[in-house]
Ligand binder design. Sequence first.
Ligand code: GRF
Length: 230
Amino acid sequence: MSVSESSEPSAATDDKSFPIVVLISGSGSNLQAIIDSSSDPESSINIRAVISNNPGAYGLERASGAGIRGSVVNHRDYLNRSSYDLALMAEIDSHQPELVVLAGFMRILTSEFVNHYSGRLINIHPSLLPLYPGLKTHQQAIENGDLEAGATVHFVTPEVDEGPIIIQAAVPVFKTDSSNDLASRVLQQEHLIYPKAIRWFAQGRLTVQNGNVLLDGKQSSKQQVSFNEK
Ligand code: GRF
């Protein structure tokens, strides 16, 4: 058995009409921000399921705590990336989401998977893309003496950490920062911009034109966050 359920399904309400599925691998602090934001009565977001490749992901406990169905599709149960992604797609599609949200899902996805969800698959990455795709983004920003760092929400295309940018948040990098200091400053902003991007998508306010994301028909800009003190 490769797909296992870890909690009962949530009771969907009629006004929560926009179904999403969230994919995680670890702590799920972004998932928590999405859960919190979706509990706003004004929000139409219905988190139909949280799926993890990692049975030990703390995010599954967050899902269960919020009464959201959690399931595990463990990559260790599959021979190769392609068969894993097919099983993951089947599990996702069983929940019929209009949007698939990668929230710290630490797997490289096949182009078959990405194309299947074309235009309705988004990711958050802890850098100001196109700077620093991949891992150790905060360390690289510090080592390069960057004055600012940040996070990016983007549509997913087959190339890793590329794809049209929906929103970015920038924070300052201080001289004394460790990579953990910077990571936690960036993460705070992730928790603000990811629910916002999901809300925009659900409201039908995002379009992509020539590789650029438009919000209400206009180019959206980086969200600059200022700090008065370290
Ligand atoms: C975040 O930094 C996100 O940008 C990256 O993975 C991390 C996930 O953190 N893709 P969490 O599991 O949401 O706490």
